[in-house]
Write a protein that binds this ligand. Structure first.
Ligand code: ADP
Ligand code: ADP
Length: 217
């Protein structure tokens, strides 16, 4: 199964991807997570991306196109993957099309999650992440565990991402509308788009997502 999750920041792509990728036994490939990991390790790629990420801007296409190409070459990606946060503009969409055709592969589905901006701001503002296990929480909608429940053992180390500050959130929503929005038509015209209402609860979105994938397969 080869899936792309498309939608605005905060709509719940990462939250839904964690569970679905586990169920389908395919890797969850998030370009944002790969960049944050590179930054955590202090690589040149990560350090160069930090300023852009903190400001809510996209990192250059050449950087993410290479990251995805390298990630696809890893062994666990041979049986499929769930791409989250890539592609993010039409050029990256064309790069993905080119990479897939060079590998003789096709996408199964592109899931587009919809949600209004006020709810996205609420979700991003309350997002918290565990430094150790990488799990995503929300102070109101998905509270972090109280004690001892980190999948890496012991307590989760909860923090707020530096790009979840208010200015960067608004910038990311702008960038989404101007850069990423046009990909919806790109994938719709390829007949691959599955639309899911992302504004409902985490569980309801999960049910809808699985039903929509079932219907379109
Ligand atoms: P969110 O889902 O909250 O927008 P991500 O983790 O997907 O966050 O991305 C965080 C940041 O990483 C983005 O704002 C951007 O700076 C960078 N990034 C991630 N994926 C891409 C991509 N495909 N192209 C360019 N920049 C990216
Ligand atoms: P994305 O990967 O699309 O940027 P996330 O999965 O990181 O989004 O979710 C953003 C925030 O919203 C997180 O704090 C997450 O716990 C919360 N969240 C995700 N889905 C929902 C939902 N359906 N209802 C309420 N909160 C949600």
């Amino acid at each position: 199964m080869r899936l792309v999750f498309l939608g605005p920041p905060g709509v719940g792509k990462g939250t839904q991807a964690e569970g679905l990728a586990r169920e389908l036994q395919i890797p969850h490939i998030s370009t944002g997570a790969i960049l944050r990991d590179a930054l955590g390790r202090g690589t040149a790629t990560g350090l160069a991306a930090k300023k852009l990420m903190d400001a809510g801007d996209l990192v250059p296409d050449a950087v993410v196109v290479d990251l995805v190409e390298d990630r696809f070459a890893e062994q666990d990606a041979a049986s499929g993957w769930l791409l989250d946060g890539y592609p993010r503009n039409l050029d990256q969409g064309a790069a993905l099309d080119g990479l897939l055709s060079s590998l003789n592969l096709t996408l199964d589905h592109v899931v587009f999650f919809e949600c209004d901006s006020a709810e996205l701001v609420r979700r991003l503002g309350g997002r918290r992440v565990c430094r150790k296990c990488g799990s995503t929480f929300h102070i109101e909608f998905a509270p972090p565990p109280q004690s001892g429940d980190c999948s890496e053992g012991g307590e989760c180390e909860i923090h707020q991402r530096s790009d979840d500050a208010e200015d960067a959130i608004l910038k990311r929503l702008d960038v989404y509308h101007s850069e990423t929005g046009p990909l919806v038509d790109h994938f719709r015209s390829q007949g691959r788009l599955v639309v899911v209402d992302g504004s409902q609860s985490i569980d309801q979105v999960g049910v809808q997502l699985r039903a929509a994938l079932e219907r379109s397969s």
